[in-house]
Design a binder for this molecule. Structure first.
Ligand code: HEM
Length: 386
């Protein structure tokens, strides 16, 4: 697990970290400075991933220069404008009844189960089914999406090794190759929609001004970014309410507090614990000189607990208002899926509170955390229904 997730703060808000040869930014103001200046701190960090190597490789390109998350400047602005025309707040809001239906189906399967793994049974099937249905790909393929997403995250672990050995490099490249069939899978579905459009997001993307590769790149992003993170948020919300009993009672008594509980969870257990940026010129962060071509990691989990910004930062406080956490990022790359993630979590929490008893963790059977350093939250969360 990550040191900043347990409330340990480094002495300085900006520090060089020998372990990966880059900078950790843990202060709130300093993080704001980095995220507000994408020219100085850019998002295409592929130059720091040795295993990505040859960028002519189409798969690598889809993960780097051709991917909204890692694009910069005008190219990012234009792409974001195009996809935002299709992936709109209205499309998301219209999903609410269907999301509720899916949660009810999931909860139907839990009746008479006093103990279950919350992640396997609830947190994992919901977001992947929602995004698959929106895109129009069979949600029965969800195990495939999860496998591909896992391999994608694995492909990047190498970069945290200080001196990556050949074995780690080979493993990373193998992970990228394992992920590759996802591109063919989506290309097939997209080609089919071009022939016969349906009422789904993939058809709308195909009919928009995006090129075929751009459609695939965005669909991958939706399928990968759109499910792992929300799965983690759902599990973390349960963990927070398990740990903070007063808040749990308050939320059960007054459902208007559900959104506040979700925001506090996003602040305290960020599904995305860090954001990577690269310096394009010699610069400074919070007055500390940082040379060009350095990797800068914004440690969201630590930033969200900066006592200069959040009084009593380790408290789960339902009255925290405003709550300007950076769990969904900040600036030009602000999470495009934030409305969907918030909607899914709110609907799910309300149905769970309506239909199930208190969900408590079992100290004898603790949660298993996600293995990727890039993901914060539980991979398995055994709970008991009280
Ligand atoms: C970007 C977090 C759910 C789609 C981001 C960023 C963060 C984030 C921190 C900014 C990355 C950066 O600045 O480098 C989360 C969290 C989620 C979540 C915590 C759930 C709790 C979703 C969902 C979708 C989604 C459900 C779509 C279905 C995206 C996209 C971007 C993005 C497309 C890229 C935006 C851009 O680069 O312009 N997300 N996300 N996310 N997210 Fe999410």
């Amino acid at each position: 697990a990550h040191y900043w997730m347990h409330g340990h703060r480094p002495a300085e808000p900006v520090e060089f970290d020998e372990r990966f040869g880059g900078w950790n930014v843990t202060g709130y103001a300093e993080a704001q400075q980095v995220l507000a200046d994408p020219q100085t701190f850019n998002s295409d960090t592929s130059r720091f991933f040795p295993s990505y190597g040859d960028t002519d490789d189409k798969t690598i390109r889809l993960l780097t220069s051709d991917n909204l998350l890692t694009m910069d400047g005008v190219a990012h602005r234009d792409r974001r404008r195009l996809v935002s025309k299709v992936f709109t707040p209205k499309i998301v809001a219209d999903m609410e009844p269907r999301i509720a239906e899916l949660v009810h189906e999931i909860v139907d399967g839990l009746t008479g189960k006093p103990e279950f793994d919350f992640v396997t049974e609830v947190a994992y099937p919901l977001p992947v089914s929602v995004i698959a249905e929106m895109l129009g790909v069979p949600s029965s393929d969800r195990d495939l999406f999860v496998y591909w997403a896992d391999r994608l995250f694995e492909s990047k672990t190498i970069f945290y090794d200080t001196e990556p050995g050949q074995d780690a490099m080979a493993a990373s490249q193998a992970a990228i190759r394992d992920f590759e069939p996802m591109i063919g899978y989506l290309a097939e579905h997209a080609a089919e929609r071009r022939q016969r459009p349906r009422q789904d997001l993939l058809s709308m993307l195909v009919e928009s001004d995006l090129s075929d590769d751009e459609v695939i790149s965005f669909a991958i992003l939706l399928l990968v970014a759109g499910h792992v993170t929300t799965t983690l948020l759902l599990g973390s919300t349960i963990m927070c309410l398990d740990r903070h009993r007063d808040a749990a009672a308050a939320v059960r008594a007054d459902r208007t507090l559900v959104p506040a509980a979700i925001e506090e969870t996003l602040r305290l257990i960020s599904p995305v614990p860090m954001l990577a940026r690269g310096t394009t010129v010699d610069t400074e962060i919070g007055g500390r000189p940082v040379p060009a071509e350095q990797l800068v990691m914004v440690a969201i989990g630590a930033v969200n607990r900066d006592p200069r910004q959040f009084p009593n930062p380790d408290e789960f406080d339902l009255t925290r208002d405003p709550n300007p956490h950076v769990g969904f990022g900040r600036g030009v790359h602000f999470c495009l899926g934030a409305p969907l993630a918030r909607l899914e979590t709110r609907v799910a929490m309300n149905v769970l509170l309506d239909r199930l008893g208190d969900l408590r963790t079992d100290p004898a059977n603790p949660p298993v955390f996600h293995p990727s350093i890039e993901m914060g939250g539980a991979r398995h969360l055994p709970v008991k229904q009280l």
